[in-house]
Design a protein around this ligand. Structure first.
Ligand code: SF4
Ligand code: SF4
Length: 447
């Protein structure tokens, strides 16, 4: 029996059925190569918490041979979605895709509180609402309460794992980025082209400093930058939490919004947004009118580092980094999801005055993985400890990455381990020492 014959009695949305088919579960040779690279299996050491084991569970479920019991759902929920198993599989099977998409089958949605449902359905989709909802958090950071609360450790005595949630919150970096700049800007009289800067929700709210760096870097590269203020969440959190309908709505809205401007590229500094935008065609039947728009978006989308590598930097415009010792930690969505591995390293190694050292296990997940760090706090921390051990051994001044979830998790790890190093986004490091073109520095046009 093949997956084409997914049992009638199991409710599998058509889009999920297509993804399960393309995951090629039928061809698993049970060799176990994927198990050797799985961060959750390294901690659990149980077959049901390995990619091979999870794949067997899903395969049996779609064939109608196994019910989605609490234990089965939990095994899938403990997958980080990092994609290391997909990279390792010699048979071309895509276990990670199967583990993400199966969550949209009602049996696998797991248990969610009314509050979590409210967040996903009503708040975590609209940038304006998210800005309002997170206002009290910014107040908490700005008034110095964050430092006070952390020093006193008072949250350890409160319920709902508040201390663990709070430990993920970064230091205050300023108001949300969207709203602070013109929608259309260029710093040169004759731009090289027009790019759309897609500002993801987490970056906008938590890392406005990174957004500023990305934005200015794109301008320094000589592009006209369109930054739509009314974009929607890319839909990745909803897909990963099994809210397919909501994810679909957001994909549709963004397909309409992101193509309103004629641009040569859609650039984003969030690896999760990149992966999601590139996967938009998966939401539609081939050859449907919507599929065409989704394909255009997928083709135009670039991770910031990918874009910079393609268009090139001028080495003579860099100030020296004066011996700064750095390393790079791969966001899983880039390394495993899109096989973007060499280009960020090449960029970093070419910077004047940089000492680059390779991080052992840079391709292993840091344990952030979106909501994983909140839902599975103990496991997330155990996975993070491996990363901190590797970082400690390198004695670097900074670790570079390219995703808000990784920035949050690494910052927490570095802070709690007391490591004297900075956690930076690639765009921050590049923008910091890259000068504007002298002849264009005076020109600044907006519309
Ligand atoms: S590596 Fe591929 S073929 Fe081997 S067990 Fe894992 S999924 Fe199956
Ligand atoms: S996606 Fe990552 S965590 Fe999930 S099974 Fe594969 S290797 Fe393990």
């Amino acid at each position: 029996m093949s997956i084409d014959t997914v049992q009638e009695k199991i409710t599998v949305p058509a889009v999920v059925r297509r993804q399960l088919e393309s995951a090629r579960m039928d061809y698993c040779a049970i060799c176990g190569k994927c198990n050797s690279v799985c961060p959750s299996y390294r901690e659990f050491l149980m077959e049901m918490h390995s990619p091979r084991g999870r794949l067997a569970l899903i395969h049996a479920y779609v064939r109608g041979e196994l019910k989605a019991t609490e234990k089965v759902v939990e095994a899938i929920s403990h997958c980080l979605g990092c994609g290391a198993c997909t990279s390792a599989c010699p048979a071309g099977i895509r276990p990670a895709d199967a583990f993400i998409w199966i969550r949209s089958v009602p049996d696998f949605r797991g248990i969610r509180t009314q509050f979590e449902r409210f967040l996903l359905k009503c708040v975590a989709r609209d940038q304006r609402l998210m800005r309002i909802a997170t206002g009290p958090l910014r107040l908490y950071q700005r008034m110095g309460l964050q430092a006070l609360v952390r020093r006193s450790q008072v949250l350890r005595f409160l319920p709902f794992h508040l201390a663990a949630h709070e430990s993920l919150l970064p230091a205050y970096q300023g108001p949300p980025f969207l709203g602070s700049i013109e929608e259309r800007t260029a710093s040169v009289a004759v731009p090289r082209g027009r790019v759309l800067y897609f500002v993801g929700c987490a970056m906008n709210l938590l890392f406005p400093r990174v957004c500023q760096a990305t934005y200015h870097l794109l301008l320094k590269l000589g592009y006209e930058v369109v930054t739509p203020q009314d974009v929607w969440c890319c839909g990745a959190p909803h897909l990963h939490e099994g809210e397919l309908e909501l994810a679909h709505q957001l994909v549709r809205k963004n397909c309409e919004r992101l193509l309103r401007d004629e641009t040569i590229a859609i650039v984003t500094n969030c690896a999760s947004c990149v992966a999601m935008l590139k996967s938009y065609p998966a939401f539609f039947e081939d050859n449907s009118p919507e599929a065409k728009a989704a394909q255009t978006i997928a083709l135009r989308t670039r991770d910031l580092g990918e874009f910079v590598s393609e268009v090139g930097l001028e080495p003579e415009r860099f100030r020296s980094y004066n011996g700064l010792r750095i390393t790079y930690d791969d966001p899983c969505e880039l390394r495993h999801g899109q096989k973007i591995e060499e280009s960020p390293r090449r960029l970093l190694q070419c910077l004047p005055g940089i000492q680059y050292v390779e991080l052992p296990e840079a391709d292993w997940c840091c344990g952030g993985a979106g909501a994983y760090a909140i839902k599975h706090q103990d496991m997330s921390k155990r996975i993070l400890e491996h990363k901190m051990t590797q970082l400690r051994s390198l004695r670097v001044d900074a670790v570079i990455t390219a995703n808000p979830g990784c920035l949050l998790q690494l910052e927490r790890g570095v802070r709690e381990a007391g490591l004297p190093l900075r956690v930076l986004h690639l765009s921050e490091l590049l923008n910091e020492n890259y000068a504007e073109q002298a002849e264009n520095a005076a020109v600044h046009i907006t519309s």
